[in-house]
Unconditional design. Structure first.
Lengths: 472, 472
């Protein structure tokens, strides 16, 4: 393909994407295909000779689109969002076009230095404590997902508690880590990967708002110490996945400082709300944390993957992850004047991900981003008020931000049937969880293009499905 | 940004990228900026209000481009390549545009099923043994990097050797792993992360062609058993990073089968050569391996990130990585009829990465891809013949494929000075390593757009730099 052909095909694809967004709210949000349908429709063997781009795009329309669950539909309310935006798509395209590696400073200085700058911007925008700035001993780095950030935090904490011996000698002690019943499953996965063992992960209970009980944490740490364990790591959450619970960071942080435990704070979705000063009470005490992450690819209109991870002492990362084979040695690294971000995470290779974030921040501006976050929270508040006034439904928690947890006043089976029926209908898509042993419906308002009219329509669909369920 | 504005700005960006590729060979390959130059040129605070896209692109030209090391230049011969291509950029753009999550089958069936299909295609194209097919007990999955594949293999091996106890109980035994002096540093990193400990990683010596010595491996395993260790993991490489060494997979595989060790085979760059039947002797014995990976983002013209990872028994991955919180439960997963790829790796979220690979394979066709690989190998052979005939240089190894390791007949300092001088000149970029205690220059021919004229010119530059060095 010549640059000239790329111009032609690229423009067609840009038009295709624009048209996709013009139509996306008309597609069934949840794909309706059966297992194997797409796989079996694809040829069993690859083509021997090259095919035309038009032919490939016909197959995208014919074969791929029916198997898409439309995360970019304004009618998507499931899980946590993975929202894109036009400026992010363009930033990502620029990154693909440049095709550079940012593993070392020298392999593309712009990739490292724009990332440092954008992470400093974001730290300011979220009102993070100064300890996370590169100007202090901290610093930020873009990871792929919050799972990788959790793993990086666990490994760095493991090295710190063992006096830098766990990388060298392996796990020898009896280390224990602490999460709440509501913490994301990625922390359990990280604890397993790190060789700590699931049996050494303590699950702390929560209050009625699904926030970790610090006194239970403290008790458990003491009990573990008495039993000969070495407590080393706590994960607290700003906005848990199931319930949008807000852990008391300050109280937990005080315990961690006193007990010398690494505190990682996971704000995967809800961290984006810290853009708005009125929501910063959720991060009160964050200066006591050792690491913090949130995902612009969830609620900050930046294409997946983009998880922003800060540490209060970057040496813990570089001491943990740095390996310098001869083939990567270079003068800039040895000068000590630069960051080599491959020493801040698991992977070696790294994409120029800060471009899309830079484009998003500059396109919307700080105010524009704040306004969108506030709009989503306001709509969630309205949705919650409709639930509160309804006879058929009940709120399970008062939504602190943009996730509404509610139930149809009926059995678990009825709740699941209601949800599955609506999702099969295709007009909207939302998902469930289980809280206090009961099935709970989750309605998360965070999609880039969701407007009030969509939420109003969604509530009509849910209400009428409930009405129908009652007559059956 | 409306879809209409996206059309306008998107077309401009497509044109920008086309123009970039038209000019890229004229840019200094290695960025010439100083540490801090880009960072300090960027505003200290983000904009309060949104800015125009034109303004952002002006800054890309003015601030970002000077700090780019041009991995997509045909004059890039450094490290291993991270080559892009126009169809890959378009596939990646489509993935950004759709913005779907492929973590579960149900979150976008096309993302899972196209990935399975493309991985089956590739297994056939590379002549992988049938055990790696989903039709047997195996299967393939796209990971971000070979580092993540190595980590996944280590963790799965750790679970297998401990009878599925290491995830639950943590590391308790004295496990030992085996690599050669030439194995990529990512395996050492994985061993540390997994809690095995660097002290339990054995480094096996190599023959003069930098291939692992199987008899030394066998001896070390026996010695470790005698000392009360439990050997569990070997990484063999098809094309080591420093030296393009080819480990004897069959002999190593036989030892691993006999001794019940997990064999992971890393073909990060050179695995792509298996497309050509004449290079498949390098993978002889691969049916004895438990896992294999190679990176289309290195030498298969597919944008980063794209590492293809196969296992011979997929249950080892799913048993190792599966965690099913309530909020991810769904009917398709529970039917057992589908793959949920998030159970095949570290991360939960996952991008629709098979699109770009699908576009690349269909655009070039099998024959087109083979021809490019052969062209690169032929050029490397020519470059090596020039070295062989030269008085000033010597070959360090006979290049098996596309990486030429050579030396200026002089001191280490002279070799580094020669290389640094040429790289500062900006016309070409290549890097060094150390073999047998000596500095060795690496010249890797694998960039999508490298033609014979570029390699001829590169040799002229290197020759004349050497001539100049002699007169100094």
């Amino acid at each position: 393909m010549t640059p000239e052909q790329f111009r032609t095909e690229g423009r067609k694809l840009i038009d295709w994407i624009a048209a996709y967004y013009e139509q996306v709210e008309k597609f069934p949000v949840l794909s309706q295909v059966k297992p194997g349908e797409i796989f079996n429709a694809l040829p069993e063997v690859p083509p021997v000779s090259g095919e035309s781009f038009d032919h490939m795009m016909e197959d995208v329309d014919r074969l791929i689109l029916p198997g898409i669950t439309h995360w970019q539909s304004p009618n998507f309310y499931a899980y946590f969002p993975a929202n894109a935006s036009f400026p992010a798509i363009l930033g990502d395209l620029l990154s693909s076009g440049l095709g550079v590696q940012g593993m070392l400073w020298t392999t593309s200085p712009s990739a490292t230095e724009l990332e440092t700058r954008v992470m400093e911007w974001l730290a300011g925008m979220l009102g993070l404590p100064p300890c996370f700035s590169y100007l202090a001993d901290g610093g930020g780095v873009i990871q792929d997902t919050a799972s990788s950030s959790a793993l990086a935090a666990v490994i760095a904490a493991r090295e710190r508690i063992t006096g830098m011996r766990s990388n060298q000698e392996g796990i020898t002690g009896r280390l224990t880590a602490y999460v709440s019943t509501q913490t994301h499953s990625s922390v359990e996965k990280a604890i397993k990967i790190a060789g700590i063992g699931r049996a050494n992960l303590r699950i702390i209970g929560t209050d009625p708002l699904y926030a970790m009980l610090p006194e239970k944490l403290e008790e458990k740490i003491e009990a573990d110490r008495a039993a000969g364990f070495t407590p080393f790591f706590v994960c607290a959450t700003i906005g848990t996945t199931s319930s949008n619970g807000m852990d008391p960071i300050r109280r937990i942080g005080e315990i961690c400082k006193k007990e010398n435990l690494w505190l990682h704070v996971d704000g995967a979705m809800s961290g984006a709300a810290l853009l708005c000063p009125e929501f910063r009470h959720f991060s009160d005490g964050l200066e006591l944390a050792d690491s913090f992450c949130f995902n612009p690819h969830k609620w900050l209109f930046t294409n997946f993957d983009c998880d922003c991870f800060w540490v209060a002492d970057r040496r813990h990362l570089t001491n943990t992850f740095s390996i310098l084979p001869e083939y990567l040695r270079n003068q800039a690294s040895e000068s000590g004047e630069v960051f080599d971000y491959r020493d801040w995470h698991i992977q070696l290779g790294r994409r120029f991900r800060s471009l899309k974030l830079w484009f998003v921040i500059r396109h919307y501006g700080e105010e524009g981003l704040r306004n969108l976050i506030r709009y989503h929270v306001r709509m969630a508040g309205e949705f919650a008020s409709w639930i509160r006034e309804s006879e058929d439904f009940e709120l399970v928690t008062e939504p602190p931000l943009n996730l509404v947890c509610f139930r149809y006043r009926g059995t678990d089976e009825e709740n699941l049937a209601l949800m599955d029926g609506i999702n099969r209908g295709g007009e909207i898509y939302f998902t469930h969880t289980r809280l206090g042993g009961k099935v709970v419906l989750r309605f998360c308002i965070a999609q880039t293009h969701t407007e009030e009219r969509h939420v109003i329509r969604a509530w009509e669909i849910i209400k009428s499905a409930a009405a129908q369920l009652k007559t059956e």
